[in-house]
Design a protein around this ligand. Structure first.
Ligand code: BYC
Ligand code: FE
Ligand code: FE
Length: 463
């Protein structure tokens, strides 16, 4: 099976590229059939499809059957700009890949591209346990967009990297999340997403890393990379919305059940205790912090110097865009700090912007508790907690950031991270609810539906 590829990159004027993508497309569709959401081939799903980059082309809603979904290639419109930072400030952005940065650019694009299909694979089984048609529809929306993000990166590889680009694009369809022999590149994208609480946390924390990584690439000197990531960012906002409001609705529901029952162990009442939500947060927040790479990174310094990856909103910041002077002071648990030359600390700076953003989300969750007279508050663990990458990797400390012995940490793990027993209790609540307007007992309905449709709209029409 194949179809014409919707695009705004003049595919028709480049027959060679068109042929290469026409070879890749059936492999992509094969991958989607295998790894995409389960069992929904013949259902009609109310989706938004990017058919162009204008406001209209972008907000096109209709019922679609999965086999008829059309992924396309879209770049945000060109803007007048100069390379904003690094060793070549004020030069013209590149329309082609310079030979001297080819390897680095390929690596960054492959790393980004690898996360997109990985997340689809991680969510493969979730459609069978959706808590409502609204949530099921949002899951499909998110998945097709991650699929399109893969297209965005595969396009850059095919268009700008010749034969090894084509090979890398094939590899993107070959690796599999969690596969022992051919895993995805970054750790968080091999971690299992076992239930809808994982999924919402993933949207809140991992997709938010996506936002910051894409924003850093939107600053890139390579203009097509900048334009494609700018368009991806518009979709990323929805992914974070799904994650953040998903947890918010769980918290709201739990608070209501707690208030009505006067109990805090609400598992037996069909809701998810706040202590358990906190453990999922501990898991996914620490996992996502690892996605920024090491705080002290010569790779990050090289990317910055070359103009490949900037800081968050680099060009809008009134700052020294060369970043040759200055140090980043990194607090270590147990006292003391590491001094990192600024350019080597680009991963840490990007992560700091991310942490602030997460903190705002946590405030909104806690407001749900406050408004319902529940005293418990959710918190982000310390950035050193449970880390596998960077200067905090392997340190044993509490979620409050207090250094402890390895034995104490082993003891503490079951208090701070989700246990198998707790996962089983959450799994027992994950029963599908597919009646229009109805929601599973562990999650509150959202305040409004999709695209001004009512909550009891038939967002998915089963065959
Ligand atoms: N896991 O200097 P270092 C998204 C490796 S999410 C495993 O510390 P550097 C999305 C690294 O490869 C956004 N390995 O860091 C969200 C290197 O290996 P080598 C994804 C890791 O190079 C939800 C070594 O450690 N986008 O879009 O600055 C759903 C030392 O590296 C990890 C990007 O990531 C890790 N977590 O790398 C769907 C943007 N971290 O060379 C989608 C592209 C580091 O020593 N990627 N390593 O063998 C990059 O810009 C960079 O590669 C990194 C940081 C951000 C990953
Ligand atoms: Fe994505
Ligand atoms: Fe995303």
């Amino acid at each position: 099976m194949s179809y014409e590829i919707p695009n705004n990159v003049d595919l028709d004027t480049d027959p060679q590229l068109k042929r290469a993508l026409a070879t890749w497309q059936p492999q992509y569709l094969e991958w989607w059939r295998e790894a995409g959401p389960q069992n929904y081939d013949t259902s009609r799903i109310y989706l938004r499809t990017a058919v162009g980059i204008t406001a209209e082309g972008w907000a096109h809603y209709d019922y679609v059957r999965m086999p008829e979904y059309r992924w396309g290639i879209f770049l945000a419109p060109p803007v007048k700009r100069k390379i904003g930072f690094g060793d070549h400030p004020d030069e013209e952005p590149w329309q082609q890949v310079p030979g001297e940065y080819r390897k680095e650019l390929r690596r960054v694009i492959v790393t980004q591209g690898d996360t997109e299909p990985a997340s689809v694979e991680q969510n493969h089984h979730l459609a069978t346990t959706a808590p409502s048609l609204y949530d099921l529809r949002n899951l499909f929306q998110l998945e097709v967009e991650e699929g399109r993000h893969l297209w965005a990166m595969a396009y850059l590889l095919h268009r700008y990297f010749g034969r090894d680009g084509r090979e890398e694009a094939d590899e993107l369809l070959f690796r599999r999340s969690g596969d022992a022999d051919h895993p995805r590149i970054l750790h968080a994208f091999n971690a299992p997403v076992r239930d809808w609480v994982d999924y919402y946390c993933f949207g809140m924390f991992a997709d938010r890393d996506g936002k910051y990584q894409l924003a850093a690439l939107a600053e890139s000197a390579l203009d097509p990379l900048s334009r494609t990531t700018r368009f991806m960012l518009t979709e990323e906002a929805f992914h974070m919305f799904v994650g953040e409001t998903g947890i918010q609705r769980i918290v709201r529901r739990t608070a209501e059940v707690m208030r009505q029952s006067g109990r805090s162990d609400v598992f037996e009442l069909g809701a998810i205790p706040l202590e358990i939500v906190q453990k999922y947060v501990n898991n996914w927040y620490s996992e996502s912090l690892d996605l920024f790479g090491s705080e002290d990174s010569s790779n990050a310094a090289a990317y910055f110097a070359a103009g490949l990856k900037g800081r968050y909103q680099e060009s809008a910041l009134a700052t020294d865009h060369r970043a040759l002077d200055g140090v980043y002071e990194m607090k270590m648990p147990g006292g003391g700090e590491e001094q990192i030359p600024l350019r080597r600390a680009m991963n840490a700076l990007l992560r700091d912007a991310y942490v602030q953003d997460c903190t705002r989300g946590l405030k909104r969750w806690n407001k749900e508790l406050e408004e319902r007279g529940v005293e418990y508050r959710l918190a982000l663990p310390d950035i050193a907690f449970n880390r596998k990458v960077g200067l905090y990797a392997g340190l044993t400390c509490t979620p409050e950031g207090k250094l402890i012995s390895a034995e104490e940490y082993e003891q503490g793990r079951k208090l701070w991270l989700v246990t198998e027993d707790e996962r089983a209790r959450v799994a027992a609540l994950m029963k599908p609810v597919f009646e229009p307007g109805k929601f599973a007992g562990w999650i509150a309905p959202p305040p409004r539906g999709v695209n001004n449709q009512p909550l009891d709209y038939r967002y998915v029409q089963f065959a």
